[in-house]
Design a protein around this ligand. Structure first.
Ligand code: AMP
Ligand code: GLY
Length: 443
């Protein structure tokens, strides 16, 4: 099978590695020269992933049987639609189904219309007066979100980024005047209190096959402080749950995803591809924070590193609407992923800096290396403004996986930043204790 992977980050390196493991001949295109993807691919084209015409031409010229799209922006533009129009099966959703990520108001309204469990209270507004009125019903303990894509940087939370009603209304005015997110609509929603977790699932329009739960860490600095980022690292547990997450709660989250996929089908927007559910585990169970129309980054590195079986066939199944024959399993091990990012990432990254990556030493430590948004030039690796390298440790328990990842991180050097606290025992214990208090109604 010949497979196309679109995108040049660590998520896409993990996708390419999983496709290659299942025997596919991989073709890849991305705007940066990711050395991991470049080496694994039979052919690679440097191209702006938003240039639908060139991506489709590349797919046709390389005669691929299947395409997988990593990032959300080309999904929003309709890359999956364009590939399908050209006769190429695509294991990523079309524009209409991708609205589950690209329009936060569409997502909230869908959950409300189909009375899907796990919905949060919300009001969607497109002017300042309605925003002010909405605060009368919602109160100020809310989260303000531009409805469109903002690369994870548009969400502001009361008590963290917004301290008063005035701050909320000022931010609403800013979103409207600067057209943040590309559409002048804003979602004001209930602030959920709990622990966040991610469930990703393979979907074929009707069926949902869930993967192990993962917890990402969005904040740039240790102790979950600092600006929100694309994600600094993530972990998963050997039984597919998380230290603070019970099986019944995981199953509730999967049921929410299942209902959402069914609702999309009823709306005439069949969801085929990987669906990413981000949940807040609250006192009342899992509630939806957001959906993404793709693998998570870093979460893809956790689950795809554990995947056994034919990923390429699963992609075919998602694209063709029949995943029932696909046999996949996840190794019953824990995974810990830590991202190495350029200094300043989250505020202003030091891009264009050379970093040195000792691949052999990393492999000798038993860790897996995924290159992210770097550029390779004459055998040297340079940072961009985005994340640089993902390091994954796999072991029976989280502690051991964390130690493997940590032992390998020192083999990447340069002006870089890492969150060493991710998946450390103290952090996990604190999360378990906090969740216990939330369950008891103390927080
Ligand atoms: P998002 O870009 O939607 O993933 O939001 C970024 C971050 O904002 C999330 O990871 C959460 O930490 C936080 N967040 C988003 N929505 C809510 C909510 N309704 N309640 C509490 N926190 C939220
Ligand atoms: N890890 C968050 C995301 O992929 O959006």
């Amino acid at each position: 099978m010949r497979a196309l992977a679109v995108g040049g980050g660590a998520r896409e390196h993990a996708i390419v590695a999983a496709l290659a493991r299942s025997g596919a001949e991989v073709y890849a295109c991305s705007k940066n020269k990711n050395p991991g993807i470049f080496r694994a691919a039979k052919e690679h084209m440097l191209v702006d992933e938003m240039d639908l015409h060139r991506v489709v031409e590349f797919a046709k010229n390389t005669h691929v049987d299947i395409a997988v799209i990593g990032p959300e922006a080309p999904l929003e533009l309709g890359l999956a639609d364009a590939l399908e129009m050209a006769g190429i099966s695509t294991a990523s959703p079309k524009k209409a189904a991708a609205r589950i990520e690209t329009s936060k108001s569409f997502m909230r309204k869908l959950l409300a219309k189909y009375a899907i469990r796990g919905a949060a209270k919300f009001v969607a507004v497109d002017n300042a007066r309605d925003a002010e009125k909405a605060l009368d019903s919602l109160g100020t303990d809310i989260v303000v979100k531009p409805t469109g894509l903002t690369g994870g940087k548009g969400v502001k939370v009361f008590g963290e980024h917004l301290m008063s009603k005035r701050d909320i209304l000022d931010y609403v005015a800013e979103i409207l005047s600067k057209n943040i997110g590309g559409t002048p609509t804003i979602v004001l929603e209930e602030k959920l209190v709990g622990e966040e977790f991610t469930v990703q699932a393979f979907c074929d329009g009707t069926r949902v096959v869930p993967m192990p739960a993962v917890q990402d860490h969005k904040r740039a600095f240790e102790g979950d402080t600092g600006p929100n980022t694309g994600g600094m690292g993530s972990y998963s547990q050997n039984d597919g749950l998380l230290p603070f997450l019970r099986r019944s709660e995981y199953e509730d989250a999967v049921a929410i995803m299942d209902s959402t996929v069914k609702a999309l089908k009823t709306e005439g927007a069949e969801y085929r591809g990987t669906l990413y559910g981000q949940f807040m585990l609250t006192r009342d169970g899992p509630k939806v924070i957001e959906f993404n129309a793709r693998f998570g980054d870093p979460e893809a590195m956790n689950v795809l590193s554990l995947l056994e079986g034919d990923f390429a066939q699963m992609c075919e199944g998602m694209a063709s609407g029949n995943i029932s024959r696909s046999r996949l399993q996840f190794t019953r091990k824990a995974s810990v992923c830590k991202y190495i990012v350029p200094e300043g990432y989250g505020v202003k990254s030091l891009s264009g800096q050379e970093i040195s990556v000792d691949e052999k030493a990393i492999a000798d430590k038993g860790a897996i290396l995924y290159y992210a948004s770097v550029n390779e030039q004459d055998g040297r690796v340079f940072t961009t403004s985005s994340r640089s390298v993902g390091i994954v440790g796999i072991a029976d328990v989280i502690d051991e996986a964390e130690a493997i990842a940590e032992s390998a991180i020192g083999h990447v050097s340069g002006r870089i930043h890492v969150r060493h606290d991710i998946a450390k025992k103290e952090m996990l214990d604190a999360k378990i204790a906090r969740m216990d208090r939330i369950r008891r109604g103390e927080l």
